[in-house]
Design a protein around this ligand. Sequence first.
Ligand code: MTE
Ligand code: MOS
Length: 787
Amino acid sequence: MNAIREGDPQAAVAGAALPHDSAHLHVCGAATYIDDIAELRGTLYAAIGTSERAHARIVSIDLSAARSAPGVVCVIAAADIPGKNDCGPVIADDPIFATDHVQYFGQSIFAVAARSVDEARRAAKLARIEYDDLPALLTAPEAVAANSFVLPTERMRRGDAAAAIAGAPRRLRGRLAIGGQDQFYLEGHIAYAMPREDNTMLVHSSTQHPGEVQHQVAHALGVASKDVVVECRRMGGGFGGKESQPALFACVAALLARATGKAVKLRLDRDDDMTITGKRHDFVTDYDVGFDAQGRILGISFVLAGRCGYSADLSGSINDRAMFHSDNCYYLENVDIVSYRCKTNTVSNTAFRGFGGPQGMMGIEYVIDEIARQLDLDPLAVRKANFYGKTERNVTHYQQTLEDNCIEEIVAELEVSSDYAKRRAAIREWNRTSPILKRGIALTPVKFGISFTATHLNQAGALVHIYKDGTVLLNHGGTEMGQGLFIKVAQVVAEELQLDIGAIRITGSDTSKVPNASPTAASAGTDINGKAAQLAARTLKERLIAFAAEHFGVDAAQVGFLRNRVRIGDRTLPFKELVNLAFVARVSLSATGFYKTPKIHYDRKTFTGRPFFYFAYGAAVSEVVIDTLTGENRMLRVDILHDVGKSLNPAVDMGQIEGGFIQGVGWLTTEELCWNAQGRLTTHAPSTYKIPVASDVPPRFHVRMLERSSNVEDTVHRSKAVGEPPLMLGISVFHALKDAIASTVDYVVSPQLDAPATPERVLHSVVQVRQRVAAQSTPATAMGAPA
Ligand code: MTE
Ligand code: MOS
């Protein structure tokens, strides 16, 4: 890693392992999150009153007790909204306040503003609401059976899957349930609305999409976008959970601010946050696959039932992405994918790191593992047999040709560096002599498409100012949620202008600086905002070059930027001196940059085209141990090789790979969401919902970035997006657990295992495989019977 010192004229800033720009603030508690903003005089605090039914008609709402509760200043409900009672990001099916009908336990019905947080929260519990209960659909299969969908069913097809499956030598059918996941950002949802003169409003919102919040607040208030400004300096994590859903809280805070004329802050506590806001979609995936003796897939069909909850939110694109990633790294010649977008009486599920991709990928990885166990082959051999090729078998089921396929190289290198084959044999040997503890190992690959599949979102803007003293102010449409976007973009600008990173002030996202910005999502933050900022900096650089050439009477080609200095003919000048001269000569020192991702296009009607600019690849080998008496388990060793192209910041990228992987492991092992029969989420705090902690990191954790890598596409400094793809490396841990369970019966049957593989599920699966083996009348010699 090329860590640089300030002013080192040799080192490049782009590519340097600089610390996160706010690291020094994070570690000493000095980073300003929204709840830390110095409060305006008279600030009021808000709380939301929510539904206590999963599905019901509202017969009556009596808010008098809330209104007269101590400290309460204002209570509002749907009738008090001057504008539109909706905050849905795509479809208008997300009321800010329910009116005559509630559709999930936790749905917002009214809000209170009071003189203290405590008084607001107490008052919000005092409503008397009479309900007339309606039957509630709580799960995806129930919704499929009832034909209850938030959006039309979609289908992606190539070849003739049914015929290929029927004609194949072997066939397997099955069902896999994949759990959801709470984003569990450390900072919960929060909005702080400040009324300003002439009916305008400033809202500080913890959001990945300030522009969306601006539009929703304007709609709710019945004003125009020009009258609302949304700012976000940083989030304490978003993970997709703050892509669309901050709008509700910003609208409620702004409505109360408008009603009272006071600044209003709405900060959810953890239980409310988990109850009110959407999570990763849980899926029930049915598969039917035909394959040959080598495990090569000849035909496959998937039926994906994604639980969207009561409204559409971003479920269209999320379920599309699941379909796009149902191939992962494998060439599926004959494939048929049906995707149900299930409408249930539960919270509206939303974006979560991977955005449906992980659920799609889990389906195919599970099928590959099942095929391998059926044929008694190493699952890795079956994976390799199905990999996309480079010149043939290289077109995806949506007709995009892979131009950057490096999965074979990554897997080959990782297989060697992790000593996979030897360890697999050693683990099998170890298991023979270990009656209670059993080990398992799995290597799984990742291929993740980079770009928003909603093509219009692949655009970005930036604003760069140079001040007279030669320092720079940087702003762009992206948001910082801990992922290191701001430092990476600053590095790009510093590189362009050949300045020390300390010469650049990074500023928060602000809808009044860059308009109509896309959400920071789809891992594309650096790709698009980095390019936009680079273009803005380049414009300024070109202006300075033209000015210097004219002023000093040299050819423009003789002006060059050195670190903190500019060479003009045979003299060099400090950057700030040139800037000052340019200022005096009335050269504009402010520029915008705009970028749109090239080459992408696709037709959503047929699901064909090039939805992705390029792909990010990686692979992981995980070794686990399970306790067959309790189902408890842990990771022993994990090896990762991940492709980030030419890293803009190896320190930040390493953090993304490690963190993404661990978050993926949490999704598939310990993080379990439970709803009771009344549709109430019962796991709404860390006491009942278990995310991985530092002690869960495997004792041997070898993470490497693919060396000498570069993006074949013209991305910013040839880097690759890194935010989401590593999450899916966690799939290796799930399959290592499955391998360990299979060992309890000497690998003669394949365990049924749903996600998350909690200790209970692991234990249950162990019991089940033993029962299945015991029930087999003739002793099994090979893996199961022919289909
Ligand atoms: N890393 C941290 N620390 N916190 C986050 O909230 N969100 C992830 C990922 N990494 C997240 C994170 C998600 S869901 C996405 S889409 C990307 O960061 C978004 O940022 P990027 O586009 O700049 O990578
Ligand atoms: Mo990330 S799920 O695209 O916000």
